[in-house]
Ligand binder design. Structure first.
Ligand code: GTP
Length: 336
């Protein structure tokens, strides 16, 4: 099975971390989001994949020069301009020659345990042009809501319904099985959204199906969800990976609780790190207090500084000693 992985977005919600690295190259407890996604694809029988690249494409190529991730053969398709999700899938599938057989397409920032092989099997049983994985959420108003009939056929595709008005809480979870004929709905070089244009057209033709599967699923696109996906791996919610890299240093008298400390990072004496992510090479100065916050790679947190409420510190940023930041982005970044 072959897959198109969408990794070309700007990742604006995760700035400033995504000013220096694309979202899918950010670490989730020491392993990039992309490697975690490809590993799950490999488990489901994917042997070849193409990355639909746009923003900072060279970072992917430099980090995976062998052209292989988790045993999956990789292709790199760089868009000449952002083509939106549907245009990007079409461009990358044509680039890699995935035009003659069923393929998977997915958002590269969704972490899940979905059984891809089972989804493909269900797609074949439906006999449609496409099958979408659906996941349940408490508040569907930020997502694409997808009601289905009792045979799995999609009845509508409702992008971001007003709060309280969604017909169901099952949303588009970002993994699709597609027939190559779907490429005809993504004309070459045209900007088109799969969620807002291609899927609604397929619904109108009665050719789109969906499968409800409620296993582990997180869209890691916001600081909150990115942090959750990482901490879930170390605090036992999903697994119990080691939370502190073997070559990190926790000095005597420092406290580290429900947090991740990356490779080469240093937590100095008397500092406390609670519910937070300290990325590789960062240093937390003596007596500093980091609560529910993300410290980017090689950042320096001055002694006695305090970070709280999802403060996000970018790559190599220096935070002044004894300064205090709550819900901040350092450096501050424009919203869009
Ligand atoms: P924000 O800027 O924070 O909204 O994130 P995003 O646009 O990077 O990601 P979003 O969650 O909106 O998009 C879903 C997936 O599609 C992500 O994996 C993105 O990397 C990817 N994506 C979005 N737009 C494009 C595009 O124009 N080209 C390509 N190749 N990928 C895209």
């Amino acid at each position: 099975m072959r897959a198109v992985v969408l990794v070309g977005g700007f990742g604006t919600r995760l700035r400033p971390l995504t000013l220096s690295a694309p979202k899918q190259m950010l670490p989730v407890n020491g392993i990039t989001m992309l490697e975690r996604v490809i590993t799950n694809l490999a488990r489901g029988g994917v042997t070849e994949a193409v990355l639909a690249l746009g923003y900072l494409p060279e970072v992917f190529q430099e980090n995976f020069p062998s052209g292989e991730i988790a045993g999956v053969k990789m292709h790199y398709a760089v868009e000449p301009e952002p083509l939106d999700t549907g245009g990007a899938i079409g461009f990358a599938a044509r680039f890699a020659g995935f035009t003659d057989d069923t393929f998977i397409a997915l958002n590269g920032d969704v972490i899940n345990d979905l059984d891809i092989a089972a989804l493909v099997e269900q797609h074949r049983a439906f006999g449609g042009e496409g099958t979408i994985h659906l996941t349940p959420v408490e508040d569907p108003s930020r997502f694409g809501v997808v009601p289905i009939d009792d045979r799995g056929r999609v009845e509508a595709f409702i992008e971001k319904p007003p709060a309280g008005e969604a017909p169901s809480n099952w949303i588009n979870a970002g993994t699709y099985v597609l027939e190559p004929s779907v490429l005809d709905r993504m004309p070459e070089g045209e900007k088109v959204s799969i969620e807002r244009a291609v899927f609604p057209d397929m619904v109108a033709d009665g050719k789109l199906f969906a499968v409800q599967a409620d296993g582990y699923w997180v869209d890691a696109g916001t600081p909150e969800s990115y942090m959750k996906v990482a901490l879930d791996l170390v605090n036992g919610t999903r697994s119990s990976e080691p939370a502190v890299a073997a070559d990190a240093t926790i000095e005597d008298g420092a406290t580290v609780e429900n947090s991740i400390v990356g490779s080469g990072a240093v937590i100095e004496a008397g500092a406390s790190v609670i519910g937070s992510m300290i990325q590789r090479g960062a240093r937390v100065g003596a007596g500093a207090k980091i609560v529910d916050s993300i410290v980017g790679p090689n950042a320096l947190i001055g002694p006695a500084a305090e970070l709280s409420e999802l403060t996000v510190v970018g790559d190599s940023v220096v935070v002044e000693a004894s300064s205090s930041h709550s819900g901040a982005k350092l450096p501050d970044v424009p919203k869009e």
